[in-house]
Write a protein that binds this ligand. Structure first.
Ligand SMILES: [Zn+2]
Ligand SMILES: [Zn+2]
Length: 262
């Protein structure tokens, strides 16, 4: 039983075959899926989707890309939305200086509100970071010092230095299909050094399909290809990786119920 710890099932690319995708994932041994909020305005839609299955959960938050255009929300409002059995995390939030779709200052302000909401609710924070290593390191260090919060760096594609910093702060690291890409040598090196008890896997679907589907639409059932590559790098069996990453998921996202649990 694998878990897809980060996907976007509400996106339009799933419009035509959303239910089939979910069914294919179940058939491939992926039970629990966490569909991640990017727009506050789309939250009702995501919630409705997660209510359609016992194995779907969601988060609440505004993606750094969307910060500029979405309504501003503060930690109290985020926490209020999170008060629902289906909402098990805060985010995704963070910093994206690669696209810089929203001004950096607005991204930071929003990030800090999400951090505060994570502390308020006790729910883990899902952090997106791209080309923002220096600021990310500083914010994580400063904020953890003030008061720690549970956290994962999702779709990790940053430097070894940021990985080390995150790990030293107790942050989990989630690996996507990028690890299967030919040019991801640096990431594969980093994965080898992530302790097994800090490791998560994800698809980030519909984006970033792993090889052999690179360039196509991604879906949760493809997590197997990422899992195989990560197991190979960690020099453990796929079953062991499955056990470890599933266990880590339910440890971090403790509000989610394991399939089969009452
Ligand atoms: Zn992201
Ligand atoms: Zn995402």
């Amino acid at each position: 039983m694998f878990v897809d710890s980060h996907c976007h099932l509400d996106f339009d690319l799933f419009e035509k075959d959303r239910e089939e995708c979910i069914a294919r994932a179940h058939k491939a041994g992926i039970q629990t899926m966490l569909t991640i909020s990017t727009h506050i305005t789309r939250f009702p839609e995501i919630l409705k989707l997660t209510n359609s299955s016992d194995y779907l959960y969601c988060t609440i938050g505004v993606h750094p890309h969307q910060v500029r255009d979405e309504p501003k929300i503060d930690c109290d409002q985020i926490s209020k939305f999170a008060n629902n059995p289906k909402v098990i995390g805060i985010g995704e939030t963070g910093l994206d200086y690669f696209y810089e779709n929203s001004p950096r200052k607005e991204q930071k302000d929003s990030f800090l509100q999400h951090i505060a909401a994570s502390r308020m609710t006790g729910l883990p924070l899902i952090v997106h970071s791209r080309d923002a290593d220096e600021d990310m390191e500083k914010i994580l260090e400063d904020e953890m010092k003030k008061k720690a919060f549970p956290c994962v760096l999702h779709c990790f594609s940053s430097s070894e230095r940021l990985a080390r910093c995150a790990l030293s702060l107790g942050v989990y690291i989630s690996i996507s299909g990028i690890v299967t890409f030919k040019n991801a040598t640096e990431l594969r090196k980093i994965v080898k050094n992530i302790p097994l008890d800090r490791l998560l896997i994800e698809t980030d679907s519909p984006f970033l399909a792993p090889v052999p589907y690179r360039g196509k639409r991604n879906e949760p059932s493809y997590i197997i290809y990422t899992a195989k590559k990560v197991a190979e790098l960690k020099d453990i069996s796929i079953n062991e990786l499955e056990k470890v990453t599933t266990n880590n998921f339910f440890c971090l996202f403790s509000k989610a119920r394991k399939p089969g649990q009452p």
